[in-house]
Design a protein around this ligand. Structure first.
Ligand SMILES: [Zn+2]
Length: 579
């Protein structure tokens, strides 16, 4: 932790203003533009520079609250200069920082400034692809999904692939669709439809023909080709079997990947995010990222995790080592591996049988390669492992304990979704970060309890994680889940869905406070990416990464949070989105 981290925020503005006065006095003949700020925002600011709340959520003594416990902003203005925060403090003290070339923004309505928001687990290429694909999100029946595909087929050249995404394999798991209706309505285009959680795919007859999947094709390890009573493929592939169909779809070119990435990052900038952690980029995706970075075309920062499944990619980065500077828009210092599947499709690896499928405990992911990952950790890479089931979480911790060098590597478990209660303190002892998704709790609640029964007490257990002292970070896992920031915040502080159900919240003892939720999307996300010295709070010399919200999340009633919108997103002092 640096010295500025410890200094109280009340002292900082005075210190900085003095510095400016001294600088101006010493160089009167210099143009004012050299000391004036590039941008000054006048309006309420929550710096998040006060201390973390206690493990039970009680705000720190230094938190900006009145004697009745009501929150209030802790600054009235922010000034930005050269891509850094120059000042945060009372509005009247910002006046000397404005010059002829300063852009001054006066916030109106209930808008407030918060540190730049971070989505710490995203799949930006998939978001970009989903903007191109047939969108099946929200289709409640097989007929509805098939109609959306048929509509697209009418405008697509004959025999070209149609790719769709977003039918809910978790919700439909008890009665999957098949290829019959889809093949009848769309006979002339091969169709590949990926599930919302990426653990099941659905195809038509022509797609299965192109992929060469027949009655004689055996299910691969870790996956299932669903077959009917006569032994014919039904049109559904689960877990590892999905790849049999996916690999028949022509791969996108690097230019196509760059187009998708640009579209995705623009969308995310408009969603208030200044940084995303890309949870697993393969060689070609890393090429696209690096080309856009080199061309100065990344609108927001990307913290990239290398896809562990791509052995050649890991080999190249093992030789090169993790990036050593944070001062780039693209930083690569983490490796993303999978240990198991998802809970909805019953692919998560559990210690005991699924409550709704006796005899079945899920699957370990076959791509988890301990030696390869150990080598990457020893070379200084952070390990970020997808683990959903309680057995997966336990075994990942066993692996990290055995493989990690003594220095804490800030390794991460992505999702940490179902935890045996005894494993939560272990996670704290190992310094492993819990990277969790508030939307998952409210999206999975209709069926999650059926899968694990009483084990649900250790599932999506944000408060238990905080109480144990485990570092926590929040994200959406987009595009599989909703990535609206206000939906994430609302999920975190209420555990209610968009319709406000259930009224009292789902296992409400696990909610976090708004102070914690915002940290999960900013300050704690900075820690998870080794950049807490550069960002996470609004304070002098930090990156000028800011998000302006249409409402004050500290004082808005929880249900009003969902009506919030993004007013402005600022990265490196540049306005990258403005409503
Ligand atoms: Zn993910």
């Amino acid at each position: 932790m640096g010295t500025s981290y410890r200094r109280s925020v009340a002292v900082l503005p005075v210190f900085v203003v003095l510095a400016f006065v001294v600088a101006a006095g010493a160089g009167r003949q210099r143009s004012t533009a050299r000391t004036a700020a590039d941008l000054v925002i006048i309006g309420p600011v929550y710096t998040l520079a006060w201390n973390d709340p206690a493990a039970d959520g009680t705000p720190a003594a230094t938190a900006p609250r009145d004697s009745a416990g009501r929150w209030h902003p802790d600054a009235g203005a922010v000034a930005v200069s050269g891509g850094r925060i120059a000042f945060a403090g009372p509005a009247e003290e910002a006046a000397p920082l404005t010059g002829p070339r300063t852009r001054t923004i006066r916030l109106t309505g209930n808008a407030v400034v918060v540190p730049g928001m971070v989505d710490a687990h995203v799949h930006a290429f998939e978001l970009g692809a989903s903007l191109e694909r047939v969108n099946l999100v929200g289709a409640t029946t097989e007929q509805e999904a098939v109609e959306r595909v048929a509509e697209r087929a009418r405008g697509t050249p004959r025999a070209a692939w149609i790719v769709g995404w977003g039918w809910d394999e978790g919700a439909w798991a008890n009665r999957y669709p098949d290829m019959r209706l889809l093949s009848e309505r769309v006979p002339n285009h091969p169709v590949y439809l990926r599930g919302l959680h990426s653990y099941a795919v659905w195809g038509n007859r022509l797609a299965f023909e192109r992929a060469g999947i027949t009655a004689a094709t055996p299910s691969p390890a870790g996956g299932e080709i669903r077959k009917d009573a006569a032994g014919q493929p039904t049109g559904i592939l689960l877990n590892a079997a999905s790849a049999l169909l996916e690999r028949a779809v022509p791969a996108p070119t690097t230019d196509r990947l760059k187009t998708r990435l640009r579209a995705a990052l623009r969308t995310l900038a408009a969603s208030g995010y200044v940084t995303v952690h890309e949870a697993g980029a393969d060689s070609r995706e890393m090429d696209a990222l690096r080309q856009l970075d080199a061309a100065g075309e990344l609108p927001i920062r990307v913290y990239a995790m290398l896809a562990a499944r791509d052995e050649a990619l890991l080999g190249r980065w093992l030789a090169r080592g993790p990036d050593r500077t944070n001062e780039r828009m693209l930083v690569t210092r983490s490796v993303k591996a999978f240990y198991d599947g998802a809970l909805g499709s019953r692919g998560a690896w559990l210690l005991e049988d699924y409550s709704d499928r006796p005899g079945h405990r899920g699957e370990r992911d076959r791509s988890f390669h301990p030696d390869r990952l150990t080598a990457m950790m020893k070379a200084g890479f952070q390990l970020s492992v997808h683990a959903i089931g309680d057995a997966a979480n336990r075994e990942v911790m066993d692996f990290i304990r055995a493989a990690a060098p003594p220095a804490p590597g800030r390794h991460r478990i992505e999702h940490a979704q179902v935890m045996a209660p005894a494993d939560i303190p272990r996670m704290a002892a190992l310094g492993v970060i819990a990277s969790m998704q508030p939307p998952h709790a409210v999206e999975d609640m209709p069926w999650a309890e059926a899968r694990v029964a009483e084990r649900i007490k250790g599932a999506y257990a944000w408060r238990s994680i905080r109480r144990a002292g485990v570092p926590l970070v929040f994200s959406s896992d987009l595009p599989g889940s909703g990535y609206d920031l206000f939906y994430g915040l609302n999920s975190a502080v209420t555990r209610r869905d968009r319709e406000g159900r259930p009224a009292g919240g789902w296992y409400p003892e696990q909610v976090v406070t708004i102070d914690e939720a915002l940290r999960g999307y900013s300050r704690w996300a900075a820690y998870a990416a080794f950049r807490e010295q550069q960002t996470g709070i609004i304070a002098p010399d930090r990156w000028a990464d800011l998000t302006v919200l249409s409402l004050d999340p500290f004082t808005a009633p929880p249900d009003a949070l969902l009506r919030g919108t993004i007013v402005m997103t600022i990265v490196n002092g540049k306005v990258v989105y403005e409503r």
